[in-house]
Write a protein that binds this ligand. Structure first.
Ligand code: THU
Length: 151
């Protein structure tokens, strides 16, 4: 499913990602990150980075959003927005390698990913790429079930 979002849909996702970022738990790095994932159902799932005193256990914003969506029964996705605070990150911040691989488990290679630099709570600059730009050869298996189990 290859999509390019309308301006209104992108604005909604950015708003959701900025809202999620406001709940960032990042006392160690002080870097706040927010994510908003648009599922095929039309629902938006927010995520933020959740750090841990044992730093390797930190969960990035992107994975938090994806995992929340999977818990809700989503399996297919249309777009991801990631917002980074321009004060903390450079203008070219992108999803980390672990998140790229985890996104590749559920998201189509063509899915658009918008990385957004935020200054004073407002989107400052936006870069659009596709998942396959970030991870051209993900590790995948052919046994992935597409549907969530029925409740
Ligand atoms: N972080 C994310 O949430 N997403 C990324 O794509 C890159 C990094 C978080 C993890 C950690 O809490 C902080 O940013 C600094 O690395």
């Amino acid at each position: 499913m290859s999509t390019t979002l309308s301006k209104a849909a992108l604005t909604d996702l950015i708003t959701a990602a900025i809202r999620a970022m406001s709940n960032s738990y990042s006392p160690y790095s002080k870097f706040k990150v927010g994510a908003a994932l648009l599922a095929k159902s039309g629902k938006i799932y927010g995520g933020t980075n959740i750090e841990n005193a044992s730093s390797g256990l930190t969960n990035c914003a992107e994975r938090t959003a994806l995992f929340s969506a999977v818990v809700a029964g989503e399996r297919e996705f249309k777009a991801l927005v990631v917002v980074f605070d321009d004060k903390s990150f450079g203008p070219l911040s992108t999803p980390c390698g672990a998140c790229r691989q985890v996104l590749a488990e559920f998201c189509a290679p063509d899915m658009p990913i918008y990385t957004v630099g935020v200054t004073a709570g407002k989107a400052n600059h936006i870069m659009q790429k596709r998942l396959k730009d970030y991870i051209p050869f993900p590790f995948t298996m052919e046994i992935k079930p597409k549907k969530a189990p029925k409740k």
